[in-house]
Design a protein around this ligand. Structure first.
Ligand code: SF4
Ligand code: SF4
Length: 401
């Protein structure tokens, strides 16, 4: 669907305004989904000249897609946002140095391997040093909240039918989580392993930064690695990546051969929670009190929100976080680009956690986990923050009986 077709679907009803985090903060139409759609219409049709000033609202948008779930007309707002971000890049927008370094570092599988080795070797020391320093910069606050290096032996099944998408930051900071996801799937009888290393980053962060050429390059590498693997299903442990993997066909409008391959690939993408539920994974019932932070793209992009809750309810006591469906402020590298807005959103959520007092805040996206760990660390809240795979691994029947 083209940007204009997306824009034309909007009937300007305003239902989306009630769920938009930036509209809630700014109370300004231009900071709302409807305002951003009206602006895109004006830019596409030449009524407003694109510039850093006129397009700034696309930088401020979290890209959380909550507006899509609220929209009765089925507007795929993501199309508008990516158009706006591309226009921003063409107008000369640049990212803060920390975000630019992240995007550069994850671009090549070789660089990711190097980062993985460095983190294994020096991660503990880096964390000790970072935690002694005051969190004077948003990047340092996130760094202090990073998990300890966690390399784990992974027994990939030979010729796996189901492969884990290893991701970029996941494969460096959450190596152990990837390994535990393979083990959980194998517990259900799956012939499971990981996507070959050449796949690297899926390109979601690049696409959301308006760098569509790099996003296409990463998509091609991921599709080729999946085809070579011979697997029939690729599983995402990060909502932001999973929704982007399912969106690959949109990257290849006008390129029929790659579009067909991307369409076949997209139909094979699943998320870990819904697959575990489908395959009958049943955690051991305990007493742990959990709450859950939705991954925006898992919920609003992939439509998965029931299954993680089903698994948590089956594992112990579950309390719903009132704002669980709303973004935590992580949003890719948003917390590095707009730390003030991201911090304001997170502070309100940390207040909710204080009220319901769970033992564990569970997430389905590494970026959300890092954002929450940072919020919990800075407020010294006595709760753990875990990826759903790590939490469920502790509740495996083999371990709990
Ligand atoms: S809810 Fe949908 S149709 Fe209504 S203003 Fe928002 S995007 Fe447009
Ligand atoms: S993606 Fe999120 S922040 Fe952006 S307009 Fe939609 S609801 Fe608002």
């Amino acid at each position: 669907m083209t940007v204009q077709e997306t824009i034309d679907r909007c009937v300007r009803c305003g239902f989306c305004l009630t769920v938009c985090p930036t509209y809630a903060i700014r109370h300004d139409e231009l900071s709302s989904p409807r305002g951003r759609i009206v602006l895109a219409d004006a830019v596409v049709n030449g009524r407003i000249a694109p510039s850093l000033q006129t397009l700034d609202t696309y930088s401020e948008c979290l890209g959380c897609r909550a507006c899509e779930s609220a929209c009765p007309s089925g507007v795929l707002f993501e199309n508008v946002l990516l158009y706006g971000r591309e226009q921003l890049v063409e107008a000369g927008a640049t990212l803060p140095a920390t975000a630019a370094v992240v995007l550069w570092g994850i671009r090549s599988p070789l660089q990711l391997r190097l980062a993985q080795r460095v983190w294994r070797r020096w991660g503990r020391l880096a964390l000790r040093l970072a935690r002694r320093l005051p969190a004077v910069h948003p990047a340092l606050a996130l760094m202090r909240a990073a998990p300890e290096p966690d390399p784990q032996p992974i027994a990939d099944s030979p010729s796996p039918e189901i492969v884990i998408h290893r991701g970029c930051m996941m494969d460096v900071l959450w190596e152990g989580t990837n390994a535990r996801a393979v083990a959980l799937l194998q517990d259900t009888g799956a012939v499971a392993g990981r996507l070959p290393i050449e796949a690297g980053c899926c390109g979601a962060l690049h696409a959301h930064a308006g760098k569509s050429d790099v996003a296409r390059e990463r998509a091609k590498a991921t599709i080729e690695a999946f085809e070579k693997s011979g697997a029939t299903t690729v599983v995402s442990l990060a909502g932001g990546c999973g929704a982007h993997l399912q969106r690959y066909p949109h990257l290849f409008e006008g390129d029929e051969a790659w579009r067909d391959r991307a369409t076949r690939f997209a139909s094979a993408v699943r998320d870990i929670s819904s697959l575990l539920v489908e395959r009958g994974f049943a955690p051991v019932q305990g007493e742990t009190c959990t709450t859950y932070q939705d991954s925006c793209h898992l919920r609003h992009g992939m439509g998965v929100w029931r299954e993680p809750r089903e698994l948590l309810e089956a594992s112990g006591r579950y309390s719903e976080l009132p704002s669980a469906a709303q973004c935590c402020g992580s949003a890719g590298v948003y917390n590095l680009v707009h730390p003030d807005v991201a911090g304001e959103i997170l502070a309100a959520k940390v207040g909710e956690v204080t009220a319901i007092a769970p033992e564990v805040v569970v997430t389905s996206n590494p970026g959300c986990e890092l954002q929450w760990r940072s919020g919990v660390q800075s407020t010294e809240l006595p709760v753990r923050v875990q990826h759903i795979v790590d939490y469920l691994y502790e509740q495996r029947p083999e371990r709990g009986t």
